[in-house]
Design a protein around this ligand. Structure first.
Ligand SMILES: CC(C)(COP(=O)(O)OP(=O)(O)OC[C@H]1O[C@@H](n2cnc3c(N)ncnc32)[C@H](O)[C@@H]1OP(=O)(O)O)[C@@H](O)C(=O)NCCC(=O)NCCS
Length: 244
């Protein structure tokens, strides 16, 4: 079963968020420091807090005991108990998405902001020949939507297998067949594959794709968390106290 969590970066209190910096590893602090913009550093920190908060509740362990490591290509996993849970993270301007699988199956998620400008010519570099042929048949008013559908699906796959952009996006194909995207790891071989996909709009602004390698691929829960629930604080004698 998959649980999906969403947090919008709205109305957040930086001073409270900063309190959580002490729970980051040296590597995480270093990475956070490399972002030029404060908003990006905050998003990085809030993502860490969100993942720790939710995973620690699932594991029944204290927030501070979770240790994350990355694979060779940067995909984070939980060192504490990677056999119980797998997860993946994605962000797009103002939104953080976390997908967790409680069977530790291969999982990848991608979110794209549909209001971003996109040069549709990049499809030549990222779509397979078969996808390009189908793209030419799409009415121009639908081409941007079609582009984002394919791009989000491709990224969710590249992230599920944990290799990100070290896999050529052209190497796999999503072909619209009978109104549904059919996935081919290699369209020339068209061998059956074990991946399943879900594609949906969170609201008119965000497209989300989930890639999963498990028979039981239902989304069990879908929660938009308010910032204060992730930060988890209470007011006491006029000041805020974090519930860690
Ligand atoms: C993973 C990747 C496709 C993400 O692309 P993106 O559209 O910029 O970003 P998204 O918001 O969708 O995803 C970012 C999140 O994906 C996760 N992630 C990072 N690398 C990943 C990978 N190889 N596979 C799956 N997930 C990955 C991280 O959690 C990251 O968020 P975080 O930095 O806050 O933890 C891209 O960054 C990539 O290809 N990275 C690999 C680079 C690489 O090969 N590095 C090797 C040396 S470290």
């Amino acid at each position: 079963m998959i649980d999906m969590y969403f947090v919008f970066m709205e109305d957040y209190r930086f001073s409270l968020l900063k309190e959580y910096e002490k729970y980051l590893s040296v590597e995480e602090i270093d990475r956070m420091g490399k972002f030029v913009l404060q908003i990006d550093r905050d998003q990085y920190l809030l993502t860490r807090v969100m993942a720790r908060r939710i995973l620690s509740q699932k594991l029944g362990e204290h927030f501070s005991t979770l240790v994350f490591e990355n694979n060779l290509y940067g995909k984070p996993y939980l060192k504490n108990d990677s056999k119980r849970f797998s997860f993946n993270i994605s962000h797009a301007a103002g939104l953080i998405v976390l997908a967790i699988d409680d069977n530790a199956a291969t999982i990848g998620v991608d979110v794209e902001n549909l209001s971003s400008e996109v040069d549709l010519n990049v499809r030549e570099n990222v779509f397979s020949n078969e996808e390009l042929l189908l793209f030419e048949q799409v009415p121009w008013v639908d081409q941007k939507k079609y582009f984002f559908d394919l791009w989000t699906l491709k990224e969710s796959y590249m992230k599920a297998i944990g290799k990100g952009f070290s896999v050529a996006p052209k190497s796999c194909s999503f072909l619209l067949e009978h109104g549904k995207y059919q996935f081919y790891e290699n369209v020339m071989e068209s061998a059956p594959n074990e991946f399943s996909f879900q594609l949906f709009d969170l609201d008119p602004c965000y497209k989300v794709a989930l890639c999963h390698k498990n028979e039981n691929n239902e989304i069990n829960s879908f929660r938009i968390l308010p910032y204060w629930e992730v930060i988890d604080y209470k007011m006491s004698s006029g000041s805020y106290i974090l519930n860690i």
